[in-house]
Design a protein around this ligand. Sequence first.
Ligand code: C2E
Ligand code: CA
Ligand code: CA
Length: 513
Amino acid sequence: MAKVVELKHINAFLRSGTPEPEHLKSDIINLRSFAFQLQKKIKEIKRELELEQEEKAQLLQLSRLDPETQLPISRFFRADLNSLVDKRRRQFESGEFEEVKAFAVVHIRLDENFEQITPERYKKILAFKIANQLRQIEMFDGHLYQGDSLGDFHLLLPMLRDEDTVRNIFDLEVFPMFREYHSTEDLRIKFDAHVGVAIFPEAGDNTYTLFESLELATDNSIRFNSRMTVYNAELGKEYRYRMRIRRELKLARQGYYQDFQLGYQPFVNRQGKIIGCETLVRWHHPDLGFISPGLFIGLAEKHGEMNPLGWWILYRACEQMKAWLDAGAEIEYVSVNLSPLQFEETFARDIHGEDLDLGLEQSIHSLLETMGLRGDQLKLEITEGAIMKDPLHSIDKLHRLRESDIRIAVDDFGTGYSSLNYLIKLPINTLKIDKSFIDDMMTNESNRVVVKSIIDLGKNLNLEILVEGVENKDQKEFLFEHGVDLIQGYYYAPAVSGEEFSRLLAENTFSDR
Ligand code: C2E
Ligand code: CA
Ligand code: CA
């Protein structure tokens, strides 16, 4: 308490300028030095705070820009989009405009050729170059942002209000710039872009919906390998249908795929005898009706449902094969499509999504054993694309499958590109020529040339040639004359139920066609 009183005195003395009383002198000296220290400390803290602020601002500036492309990063695209939506709304509400003024948002995704550029460093340089070129678009009063990855860009175009203008600008200014690029390492690469466009407010009157529509439009361009998709209501409807299928796939799994059936389409040889068949999955949904595998297989792959579904198909197909054999039917093998995803994954997964303890190859071997089937009574169709994605790995994997004599067909052959180098090393039995070459084969000379060369190639490599999608006699005769071993197609039969297939086997009527 005494101290406080003394301090009060000191303050009074200091202000009044009266000479310091002798008995307080040392206290005053201490206090002055303390005050000095305090001031110094305050200054230091202030400076530190200032520095911190500066650093923060610098960091913010830095984090606004992508280090590779020097473009603002995607977070700011969303924020700026948000402000623009708000602004347009306010302008409308305040009566500044009679209607909500439109504007366009664009997503540019460089295609997989860009993705596949191997030296990461080169990819970065290229992304930077392209970003620089894309900046020209800012002349149209646009703002360019880096997307979530290199080769991924967003554009906000407040002044562009309709589809035609956006299309024109892209046709004239953007697409021509994706030419051949050269690097110092003499890599030459040609690539293109997939573009999605959404126009406010038609494609969504809030940031969330607008962004979703934009992603949808981009997805659509990628899926159909087209350059540009402008969002429209039809696209939204299709998207909701696909989302429904996605949910239904999960429910179907939980219900042990009770609405799924397997169809079997015969492979017929030159003598008209059925040698084997392809298993094709069918889904008759109680509310949605028939759903095409072309649609749901893709969705199953995308949303983690393919492995359990594929395993169910394989299991059921083997069960059916065993039933035919037990009934005394003459059939060499059943063929089952192995989705690229199943082929890539190490483990097979059951209906509950659980890894079966063994690797994929082991799981298939042990399935055959349980079913009492030999390996050569099963054929797996694996697409050319899936095999060639990682050829060395595929060679190993296929060898492990071949250990128990499982037959391997390269599906959709001719649609991807196979390196001959690897093709000769692959332990495969069959090349399956894709339907797309057969459709207009009789009228299209170049398709006939492709088919003939694939046949020659296959023969030289000692491979069996199977052709799918044969619909008429002309096609059939041309193909058998040129050395094809097996034909599959509506000319003989579509995929039919297991029971009907038993009848086809018993009747054996294709020999007189
Ligand atoms: P894919 O493996 O190329 O199967 C051949 C497709 O062509 C089948 O269509 C088949 O029904 C059809 N097709 C066969 N012959 C003819 C013909 O003469 N004319 C015409 N117009 N079409 C013919 P589907 O069953 O609709 O299957 C489409 C695709 O869905 C398949 O192409 C395959 O990629 C996938 N898929 C079907 N079932 C399965 C399956 O069980 N597992 C997996 N992973 N994929 C399957
Ligand atoms: Ca197939
Ligand atoms: Ca095909």
